[in-house]
Design a protein around this ligand. Structure first.
Ligand code: AHM
Ligand code: MG
Length: 331
């Protein structure tokens, strides 16, 4: 007998039916998966075709190089627009908010089409990360759609592809965090529910250790008191680092840079972007039983964005570590 794995598409269809929802979300997710596969294809052959260079350089065919970031952005924006289900998107690679179907669309999509840019030149893991929020539908107590930027707790789903590994993880509002793998036909299959392990044996710490002396004194103190307890891992691409964390537990952080020897290099708001980086992993982490805060101890998902490319500090991972850090940061 042939053994069939459940496909992502079937998983999602059953999810929508179980919760009495429409198929519009299936159409949206189909576009996102199609875009991810196409980005993966470009990424795998990028070094050969000269697509992993910097903008302004010339590839092996003597053509101007479009950076992988631009290619990835164009792919995602194309497939999302085609669905006619998307109201607006915010992409890390576009300065402005991009309007799509403002009248008839149902979803807002916030995405970073190729996160982890320092890995690109090496062909090492990068991420395509996205968060999805929904239109205020007619009859809602909140009244008509006001196109405000959603906080993370208003997302209905968030996910990431770790490229080029063929893994896809999606969290659905109050319905868990699920991982899929691409099979031989490039179909995402075999849903596995991801729950952060309670047992601290495998917990890992993940942050750019080269920045330690530039962190605040409170953060440095916490690090000094805690690093010996855990293993340390850092891929340098949030999707890759967070992918490990979902299986092994622990903490990923990108603290504020406040003590840099060159004050111009300080980043008191942190480096990562709220809408399509921090919110995405924080939403997924919550669905996997974890938590996320910023450096003031505010839950990441509660932050009300005021700018679409807003940055935030980020501490995301196993609940006991986040609780401990929260005390240390507020103390
Ligand atoms: P990017 O959007 O320019 O790629 O920056 C985001 C990335 C994250 O994926 C990663 O966690 C972090 O920046 C790494 O930064 P650093 O090189 O400072 O450690
Ligand atoms: Mg990014």
């Amino acid at each position: 007998m042939i053994e069939f794995e459940q496909t992502f598409h079937n998983f999602l269809m059953r999810h929508q039916e179980k919760y009495n929802r429409t198929y519009h979300f299936l159409i949206l997710m189909d576009a996102i998966v199609t875009a991810a596969k196409r980005i993966e294809l470009y990424y795998r052959t990028g070094a050969l075709k000269g697509n992993l260079g910097v903008a302004g350089s010339i590839n092996v065919h003597g053509e101007d190089v479009m950076t992988m970031d631009d290619i990835a952005h164009e792919i995602v924006a194309h497939y999302l627009d085609q669905t006619q289900r998307v109201i607006q998107v915010v992409s890390e690679e576009s300065e402005g908010i991009i309007d799509m179907n403002k009248e008839g669309g149902r979803y807002f999509v916030y995405f970073d089409p190729l996160d982890g840019s320092s890995n690109v030149a090496h062909g090492l893991p990068v991420g395509f990360m996205f968060g999805i929020a929904k239109r205020i539908l007619e009859g809602s107590i909140r009244g008509p759609e006001d196109f405000h930027l959603r906080s993370g707790h208003e997302y209905i789903a968030a996910g990431m592809f770790v490229i080029p590994t063929g893994t896809f993880t999606l969290a659905l509002h109050e319905a868990g965090c699920w991982r899929f793998h691409a099979d031989e036909t490039a179909t995402y299959v075999k849903p596995v529910r991801m729950t952060l392990p309670e047992e601290p044996r495998k917990w890992e710490l993940s942050f750019n250790a080269g920045n330690i002396s530039a962190f605040s004194n409170k953060v440095q103190k916490w690090i000094n008191a805690n690093t010996d307890k855990y293993k340390f891992r850092y891929i340098g691409a949030l999707a890759g680092d967070f992918h490990r964390l979902l299986s092994d537990g622990g903490l990923f952080m990108y603290p504020a840079i406040v003590n840099h020897p060159d004050p111009k290099e300080n980043r008191p708001q942190g480096k990562l972007r709220l809408l399509y980086e921090a919110n995405v992993v924080s939403f997924m982490c919550k669905e996997a039983g974890g938590d996320a805060i910023d450096e003031t101890g505010t839950p990441i998902l509660d932050i009300k964005p005021t700018k679409h490319h807003q940055r935030t500090t980020l501490y995301v991972g196993s609940k006991p570590i986040i609780e401990d850090l929260s005390k240390a940061l507020k103390g």
